[in-house]
Design a protein around this ligand. Sequence first.
Ligand SMILES: Cc1cc2nc3c(=O)[nH]c(=O)nc-3n(C[C@H](O)[C@H](O)[C@H](O)COP(=O)(O)O)c2cc1C
Length: 227
Amino acid sequence: MDIKQAIQSRHSVRQYMNMSIKASSIDAINQKIEEINKKTGLKICFDVENPDAFTGILARYGHFNCVRNLIVMAGPEGRDKEIGYYGEELVIFAQQLGLNTCWVALTYNRKKVKCELAPEDKIYVVISVGIGANQGTQHKSKPLNEISNISDECPEWFKNGVECASLAPTAMNQQKFYFEYKDNGVVSKCGRGHLTELDLGIAEYHFDVGSEKYVFEERLNFNGRQI
Ligand SMILES: Cc1cc2nc3c(=O)[nH]c(=O)nc-3n(C[C@H](O)[C@H](O)[C@H](O)COP(=O)(O)O)c2cc1C
C-alpha cells in the first residue's frame, strides 16, 4: 500500500484485537521514530505492551478497547505543528504496515505512560496503535471551499493537496485549518481553539502528500516555527 492509499484507508480505530504487534513492525516504527527525533529534536517514543496506559477513569469514557501500544508524542514546549506533522507521518506509516491507530488527547492514563523525558519536555498527545477489530469509518468533511480558496483556476497540485488535507484526522473532527492558493504557492493557517495548531500540522502532512510538493516540510525549521 502506498502513502496515498494509506491516507484513503485510514480512519480512527478505538477497538483492537487482543494481540501483539509483529516484532518486525515494532522495529520499523522504532526506526522511523529515531529518524524523526534525530531530525527534529522531538522526544517521541513507542510504548509497547503497556495496557495500563488505557485504564482508569478518563480512559473508561473513551470507548477504547484492548489498547496495548501507544506512540507517545513528546518534546519541548511550542512544537505543536511538528508534533502534528510527524505524528501523522507515523500514523500513515503504521497504516502501511497493516496497523490501525487513533490520536488521543484526553482519554488515556498519563501517569501510566512509559517514556523517558527531560524536565523541559512534555507529552502533547498519544497515538494508540494495534491490529484493529474494525477499520473505522470515514469522517464527515467540510466542503473543500470552507477549508481552502479552491477554484477551477487553481493548479492540480493545490487541488490534490486540499483533497488530501480534507481526509486528515483532527481533534473532535473540528477541521479548523485553511489552505490558501496565493502567488503561485500555498499558505496555511488555523482557527482558534484547543489543539488547532497540532491539527494544522497533521493537515499540512496530508497536503504535502497530496500535492507531492512537500512545501510544508521544507518550511519547518525544527524550532516549532515556520520560515
Ligand atoms: C489531536 C487529536 C486528538 C484526538 N483526541 C481524541 C481523544 O481524546 N479521544 C478520541 O476518541 N478520539 C480522539 N481523536 C480522534 C478524532 O476524533 C478523529 O480523528 C476525528 O473524529 C476524525 O475521524 P477519523 O480520524 O476517523 O478521520 C483525536 C484526534 C486528533 C487529531
